[in-house]
Write a protein of this length. Structure first.
Lengths: 321, 269
């Protein structure tokens, strides 16, 4: 147990170390520092520019800057966001909860939907409907998230006018319980789009796992014992077919994080993805680095938890981890 | 050819032909703005089959030329990803031991970082990239799947009789790899290339859609859609046609990858 745990932890640490170094490389090695546009003007005195850079530590040797960057992260200090004139942590504290709401809802709905549809497809693999939905799944996996998001926006918000096209709250809208309902209405399209993407991936894995388990001996034995079919599917077959889906959690979370960036942009969801894209456009390097770092740590941490859950739930998987 | 492979191969070949023949097929210059005031945002009609964009450019011509940019970038990205993936995968499989472990752990680590975030991080540093460099960056972030596939397949081949015989004859490692393993890797590489292609097309589109990929006036499928921003209601054609192009290319590549993989399994069995 401890060996597996240590190995996984070491791996996660390696990922985070890579991301941290990449983020530092971005801030330091990018052509022109964050002050370039503002300070390299003929009417800005050279000393003033130098003072500004010194104030943010850009005049130190590269090794010292790296150590300062690391110790900053350790203290929860991600630097100063130039485009928003606030500490990066403050910007992130504002947008992260919104992104978690979006991604959490999408992940939950997508997993439930994907497992249910995939399990049914695998169990009834020969039926016409299962085959048709499986083809639909291949198409859905091939539709990029942002394209799906645009189509959903076009249909539900523009053509049928059922749901708001963007944002998280109606401006000057209701508060209290009605306000919560308002947020939920705004959540449907962005979270729904991401949930469909997740469900399509999950269903394909679940279908394969369910098909593999369908003809297993222990199910025939269960049937011979007269256990009702419904119970066989839910308690025996599905339970055995769930672990493979949990093991693709890392892939799911990574694609969810990438998808959220695009979906937040399309639906103007005030989350981390939108902050990240804006920061890239404004060349606000500390904010870019902070957003990428926090997202990566989140994805890696959640994947680690999912792996441990598999290890705990499925003894067969223990040798493979 | 296996009949199940015909459809996706035909679709991809047609797309490639369209990309090559774009100058012959396009009715207008994709960057020409004949009348940005009176001809902007024309709905699809007899002159402009796919309508016009906010600058009065012909959308059909832009989609056709966009095929060049988008598919060209994807193809180049696949080449880069495949070369690097083969290098890492083969090196890991052939050396084994510590280097193998190190390379594979790094591959796993790189795989755990959301690719779009990595791309945003790079683009944030470099600023808007010309198409060739964009392809290079896309390839540099997409080699991991190939590396794993190549390592796995190389290890399988190393254990086969003919490779072991060649090894026993004292053929040097590099030549052994080139003459006796690489040919056996071709099916795996074909699958890896299609998978990489199916991932590269939507990524390029996504980056261009965010305004961080191919810059106007060059047309790419993603940046045509960007012109629809704030106008989805009035200019659906700016979304529909490039979207169809992206989905067609990705779907064909995904189908091909899936069918190739099962095809290889059948051959092996």
């Amino acid at each position: 147990m401890t060996r597996v745990l240590l190995f996984r932890l070491a791996q996660a640490t390696l990922v985070v170390a890579l991301v941290v170094t990449a983020c530092f490389a971005l801030i330091r090695l990018a052509p022109g520092d964050p002050f370039f546009a503002a300070l390299e003007q003929p009417d800005v005195p050279v000393e003033a520019a130098a003072r500004m850079r010194a104030q943010f530590g850009y005049d130190r040797p590269i090794g010292e800057q790296y150590l300062r960057f690391l110790s900053g992260i350790a203290r929860g200090d991600l630097g100063w966001s130039h485009s928003r004139a606030r500490p990066v942590t403050e910007v992130l504290a504002q947008v992260v909860p919104n992104t978690l709401l979006l991604m959490g809802t999408a992940l939950f709905v997508g997993l439930v939907l994907g497992v249910a549809v995939g399990a049914w497809q695998g169990w009834r693999a020969e039926s016409r409907l299962a085959r048709a939905t499986d083809r639909l799944g291949v198409v859905l996996v091939s539709v990029p998230e942002f394209v799906l998001g645009l189509v959903m926006a076009l249909l539900f918000a523009v053509v049928w006018r059922l749901l708001p096209i963007g944002g998280m709250r109606t401006e000057y809208g209701p508060s209290g319980i009605a306000g919560l309902f308002d947020v939920l209405r705004h959540l449907v399209l962005p979270a729904g789009t991401l949930a469909i993407v997740i469900a399509a991936i999950v269903a394909r894995h679940q279908r394969a796992a369910m098909r593999a388990v369908r003809d297993a001996e222990f199910l025939r034995a269960a049937r011979a014992m007269g256990i009702p079919e419904r119970r066989i599917v839910l308690r025996y077959a599905l339970r055995n077919a769930l672990a493979p889906v949990l093991t693709v959690m890392g892939v799911l979370l990574a694609s969810l994080a990438s998808g959220a960036v695009l979906i937040e942009r399309i639906f103007a969801w005030p989350g981390m993805g939108r902050a990240l894209v804006d920061a890239v456009l404004y060349r606000d390097y500390p904010l870019v680095a902070g957003a990428v770092l926090v997202t990566s740590i989140g994805v890696v941490g959640a994947t680690l938890l999912a792996d441990l859950a598999v290890w705990w739930a499925d003894p067969r998987a223990r040798g493979r981890l | 050819m296996n009949p199940r492979l015909r459809l996706p191969v035909a679709v991809l070949a047609t797309l490639a032909l369209v990309a090559i023949a774009a100058p012959l097929l396009a009715p207008f210059d994709p960057a020409a703005q004949p009348d940005p005031i009176n001809l902007a945002l024309q709905a699809p009609g007899s002159t402009h089959l796919f309508g016009t964009d906010p600058y009065s450019r012909d959308v059909l011509s832009r989609v056709l030329f966009g095929a060049r940019t988008s598919l060209g970038i994807a193809a180049l990205a696949v080449t880069v990803a495949l070369s690097f993936g083969v290098l890492v995968g083969a090196l890991a499989a052939l050396t084994g031991g510590r280097l193998d472990a190190l390379l594979m752990r790094t591959t796993d680590a790189a795989l755990a970082i959301p690719r779009l975030l990595l791309l945003l991080l790079i683009v944030a540093g470099t600023g808007p990239l010309p198409p060739a460099l964009l392809a290079l960056v896309l390839g540099a972030t997409g080699w991991m799947t190939t590396a794993r596939l190549v390592r796995q397949e190389t290890r399988r081949l190393l254990a086969t009789e003919h490779v072991r015989a060649a090894e026993a004859l004292g053929i040097p490692p590099l030549r052994l790899w080139r003459a006796h393993i690489l040919p056996g890797l071709v099916p795996t590489l074909t699958v890896a290339a299609t998978i990489a292609f199916a991932a590269a097309v939507p990524l390029e589109a996504a980056l261009s859609f965010l305004g961080l990929g191919v810059r106007p006036p060059d047309a790419s499928w993603g940046n045509i859609i960007l012109e629809a921003e704030g106008r989805i209601r009035s200019a659906w054609w700016l979304v529909l046609f490039p979207t169809l192009a992206i989905v067609t290319a990705t779907l064909a590549a995904n189908l091909l990858a899936e069918r190739l993989a099962t095809h290889d399994e059948d051959l092996r069995a």
